[in-house]
Design a protein around this ligand. Structure first.
Ligand SMILES: *Cc1c(COP(=O)(O)O)cnc(C)c1O
Length: 366
């Protein structure tokens, strides 16, 4: 914990940078790993896809300490839990929440309990929860079942719930919107992001509105959210009992922040749309190969969504007639290294050759 060691150099996280906008006081101990301040990368190839002199930026949240945007909310949630004297936190997770909760609990010296859907967690994320020393329980069921159990245990036992139903999480996550405005000088015209439990779209919308209220910006963007075809409860306006998608971080059938997401979309004149698993994997590969940004499949949903807005008559939102020089931000939510399974298949094609220049030249294709 910082504060007691103020003479030592320490990493500055989102609480210190945006303290006035967050539910923390002087006596709140800060549990931080230096989260936030992530790159907002101008992407020329993506901008060319849109045309009309538009500028596309990617907010790369994979560079957070545990590799996803969850760290922004977790620093606030765990700091507040410690302030209230908590000795343990609990969460249900599709992977990244547990990775982040486990890390911040380790940092704070408290127990972290993680309830996971068995067999449904990406390799890298599960590895993280183990590495940070969480108490991990796998259940026969999906994320929505896991969250139900967490809610009950949170009521009965001395656990602080650190899922996004915890408002401190949402408060921390809104700092991503502040950073974007701070870098661009104003809010963008459009903000695209993947939607699972819908905490992040809720948080961004809150952040953009707060900044405008404080006259840090002159406008707010239209929020455009993307769900996977097999896990699109908000798009279809009904609970999906068995959500299915390769993008495990958005494999959610009954989003916790459903109403807030609908409000964000309606108030911002945005939209909610769907993208297929096939399109998600293509966009993941495209972004890595054309812009050098490797993201996990759920994150690629935002990029797939951008392509859909550009060239499909079926898109819920069309970019074909947006004003010239519009600014578009896509949040890519988590790092590609977390979910390597699909790409490991390609690596199996790698066959060693003899250590001669001749053989290596042939292997390169010269
Ligand atoms: C949590 C998560 C999401 C979904 O965010 P919500 O706030 O649940 O909508 C998307 N991508 C990644 C990588 C995530 O970890």
């Amino acid at each position: 914990m910082e504060g007691t060691t103020s003479k030592l150099p320490h990493c500055t996280g989102v609480i210190e940078r945006y303290r006035q906008y967050l539910p923390v006081g002087k006596s709140t101990p800060i549990v931080s790993l230096g989260e936030g301040n992530t790159p907002l990368v101008y992407c020329s190839h993506l901008s060319n896809q849109v045309g009309r002199s538009c500028e596309v930026f990617v907010k790369n949240e994979g560079t957070n300490p545990t590799g996803s945007f969850k760290d922004r909310g977790m620093t606030v949630a765990v700091s507040k839990a410690i302030e209230r004297g908590a000795r343990a936190i609990i969460c249900a997770s599709t992977g990244n929440t547990s990775a982040s909760a486990a890390a911040y609990a380790a940092r704070a010296g408290i127990l972290c309990v993680v309830i996971l859907p068995a067999g449904k967690i990406a390799t890298g994320k599960l590895m993280q929860a183990f590495a940070y020393g969480a108490k991990i329980v796998a259940i026969h069921g999906n994320f929505d079942h896991a969250l139900r159990i967490v809610r009950e245990l949170g009521d009965r036992e001395e656990f602080v719930i650190v899922n996004s139903i915890n408002p401190d999480r949402i408060a921390g996550q809104k700092t991503a919107a502040f950073e974007i405005v701070d870098v661009l000088g104003d809010a963008p015209d459009f903000h695209l992001l993947p939607v699972g439990n819908a905490g992040n779209i809720t948080a961004y919308w809150m952040g953009y509105r707060e900044y405008r209220t404080h006259q840090e910006s002159t406008r707010v963007p239209s929020m455009i959210g993307f769900q996977a075809t097999g896990a699109a409860p908000i798009f279809h306006n009904r609970v999906i009992e068995k959500p299915e998608t390769i993008a495990s971080a958005i494999r959610i059938g009954n989003p916790a922040s459903w109403k807030h997401a609908c409000a964000a979309i309606a108030e911002s004149r945005g939209a909610i749309d769907v993208v297929s698993d096939q399109q998600i994997l293509e966009a993941q590969s495209w972004l890595a190969k054309h812009e050098g940004i490797f993201v996990e499949p759920a994150s690629a949903a935002a990029i797939t969504g951008l392509f859909k807005c550009c060239d499909s008559n079926e898109a819920a939102y069309s970019f074909q007639k947006i004003p010239e020089a519009s600014r578009i931000v896509c949040t890519v939510t988590g790092h590609g290294l977390k979910d390597p399974d699909a790409i490991i298949q390609q690596m199996k094609e790698l066959q060693p050759v003899d250590p001669t220049v001749k053989d290596v030249r042939r292997a390169i294709g010269l």
